[in-house]
Write a protein that binds this ligand. Structure first.
Ligand code: 13P
Length: 258
């Protein structure tokens, strides 16, 4: 299969600089060696304010750093925004885009996700593009339709050569922060659909693209989720704020990568 598992911790709006450095110091001590084997990619997405300090503390490890969003222009009169080149300069090499909280709470549309993805790729960042249905959409039998439309819109104008650098994160909205994860079978069903959709869009390279699952991933469900053939890692919220929990989830991915 050849896909290296990828686990990213999305810290959302948590952690001061001091707290962030303390957390990655623990990760560095426990995961630093494990990731060096090349069996897994691990990243953390701190708030913007802590990125530079986290990058510095993680120097010499294979643990990467991600932004949680970026603007679609490199610079300009966009009060409150951070651009992709700014993230790159601060040391980030990944960026989460189109997270459901951005979509639901800040009105981000697929078209914005697409231009942000292009800007991230231009700047040398690897985007993690999030998709996922709401509970209402799932109950109405619209999951695949919704996820398919989000992929079409969010990846519009992105060619196959660039798509190899894109990770997709399937995050059912009803599973985020609720403690109620998608069952491994439910997640695999959507991941297989996404893989098929990517194959239709990009051809053979879709087999090498990574698709993370996100939504109440915990040490207790990570092994079972990661055992699914089309689940290539996890985008972890709450459990990524606690070193032991994030490390346990990363270890489940390391096992898959062996
Ligand atoms: P939780 O793991 O807290 O459910 O959050 C998932 C998520 O939104 C990761 O991006």
């Amino acid at each position: 299969m050849g896909r290296i598992p990828f686990v990213c911790g999305n810290w959302k709006c948590h952690k001061t600089i001091a707290d962030a450095v303390a957390l990655v110091t623990e990760l560095k001590n426990t995961l630093g060696m494990a990731t060096r084997a090349g069996t897994i990619d691990v990243a953390v997405a701190p708030p913007f304010t802590a990125i530079a300090a986290v990058v510095k503390r993680l120097e010499g490890t294979q643990i990467g750093v991600a932004g949680q969003s970026c603007h679609w222009e490199d610079q300009g009169a966009f009060t409150g925004e951070i651009s992709a080149p700014m993230l790159y300069e601060a040391g980030a090499r990944f960026v989460i885009l189109g997270h459901s909280e951005r979509r639901q709470l800040f009105g981000e549309l697929d078209q914005a996700v697409s231009v942000k993805t292009k800007s991230a790729l231009r700047a040398g960042l690897s985007p993690i593009v999030c998709v996922g249905e709401t509970l209402g959409e799932r109950e109405a039998g619209e999951t695949m339709h919704r996820v398919g439309a989000q992929l079409d819109g969010s990846l519009a104008g992105i060619g196959a050569a660039e798509a190899t650098r894109v990770t997709i994160a399937y995050e059912p909205v009803w599973a985020i922060g609720t403690g109620r994860n998608a069952s491994p079978a439910q997640a695999q069903e959507v991941h297989a659909f996404i893989r098929g959709k990517l194959a239709a869009m990009y051809g053979a390279i879709a087999t090498g693209m990574r698709i993370q699952y996100g939504g109440s991933v915990k040490p207790s469900n990570a092994v079972e989720l990661m055992a699914q053939p089309d689940i290539d890692g996890a985008l972890v919220g709450g459990a990524s704020l606690v070193a032991d929990q994030f490390v346990a989830i990363a270890r489940a991915a390391i096992e898959k990568g062996k």
